[in-house]
Structures are given as C-alpha cells and as structure tokens.
Design a binder for this molecule. Structure first.
Ligand code: IMP
Length: 190
C-alpha cells in the first residue's frame, strides 16, 4: 500500500519510514508532485493536521497522514499553541520565539507547559486521530544545543535537563511526536 506523509521533512520521513511494516510504501509530498504550500489556517493543532491530510487525500487521492505540533503554556492560556512556529513573527525564528516566551512568562512561578502532536490519518475513507503529549516546565533560560524549536527552554517531566540536552534517540522515545507516531505505527501494524 502507498501511504503519503504530508511533509517534506527528511528527518521525520526517515524516522517513520523505518518503523513501518514492509508492505507500506511511504511517500513524501515531493514524491507525489505536491509542491504547493498546503494551507495551515485552522485555529487548533488538530484542525491543522486534519486540513493537511484532507488536502492531499482530496486533491491527489492518496491515503495520507499529516502531523501538527504546538507548545501549550498554562500561564499563557495555551499559547503559543497552534501558532508556535510563528510566535515571534513570520520569520519562524526559534531564538526569537524562545525570547518572546521567556519575556511573556517573566518571573511567573507557574511554568507548566506541554508539547502536543496530533496526527490525522486518512485511510480507505476513514479518518483516525492520534495524540501524543509530553508535560513539562518552561525553564528561565535557554540551555543545551541539541534538537530544534523550543527544546532549549522545555524541561520534560521526570528529567532535570531540557530537550536540548538529551540525545535525539532519547528525545524520540519520550517526546510528544514519538508518542503520537508510536500510536500511528501500532495502528497500521494491526
Ligand atoms: P510542526 O507542526 O512540527 O511544524 O511544529 C510547529 C512548531 O512547534 C515548530 O516550528 C517548533 O517551533 C515547535 N516544535 C514542534 N516540535 C518541537 C519539538 O520537538 N521541540 C521544540 N519545538 C518544537
């Protein structure tokens, strides 16, 4: 079976491809000739995952899954959430995003936050959603060099270091995306 992952992110594609059952051929957007920017105009993380998966299925006719992720900070009523990539502006600059977050939180003692990934899967006319969440706290300064995005300011529950201080393997095991992907893979194996 051919299955499209609505992404061109080589790291994500590779990570998922090698966990899939052998009878599933994973295709990227590039592989199916989809070069346009898929609109991500929904107001929720779920909504954006669904928009992207539906776009591919409706326009190209493939079974498809899409992911969307956001960082939800309790003291900011769930912001930046669905706007995580563009929190400090259209440049999608990770450092600027983290600086804005640290400024917004300032000395607020409530640092609780979570990362949430939703995967929407369109398979043979049915839609399935898989959600992966990791709880943690926003640190008061950036620490660590690994990872990307908000990793240097996110300390997951149960660890004394940030996501930017652990190996990619360890992060894949306990992260929001890792958890959502595991549910997707388990489902596809059935
Ligand atoms: P996307 O939906 O995977 O493109 O993620 C949207 C935005 O959330 C990214 O641009 C990052 O700012 C942030 N983000 C997503 N996943 C992570 C992560 O694992 N660590 C840190 N930031 C992340």
């Amino acid at each position: 079976m051919k299955l499209v992952f609505a992404s061109n992110n080589k790291n994500k594609l590779q990570e998922i491809r090698h966990q899939l059952p052998a009878d599933i051929e994973l295709l990227s957007l590039e592989d199916i000739g989809c070069t346009e920017d898929i609109p991500e105009t929904a107001e929720t993380i779920e909504g954006n995952a669904i928009l992207k998966a539906n776009y591919v299925t409706e326009k190209y006719g493939y079974n498809c899954f899409a992911d969307d992720t956001g960082l939800e900070v309790d003291a900011l009523n769930g912001a930046p959430g669905v706007y995580s990539a563009r929190y400090a502006g259209e440049a999608k600059d990770a450092n600027a995003n983290m600086d804005k977050l640290l400024t917004e939180l300032s000395n607020n003692p409530n640092r609780n936050a979570n990362f949430k990934t939703v995967i929407a899967l369109n398979l043979d006319g049915e839609q399935h959603l898989f959600t992966g969440i990791v709880n943690g706290v926003i640190t008061t300064e950036k620490t660590g060099e690994q990872g990307f995005g908000y990793d240097p300011v996110f300390q997951p529950e149960g660890l004394a270091v940030t996501f930017a201080q652990i190996s990619l393997d360890e992060k894949a095991r306990l992260s929001h995306r890792g958890r959502a992907v595991k549910q997707l893979i388990d489902f596809l194996k059935k």
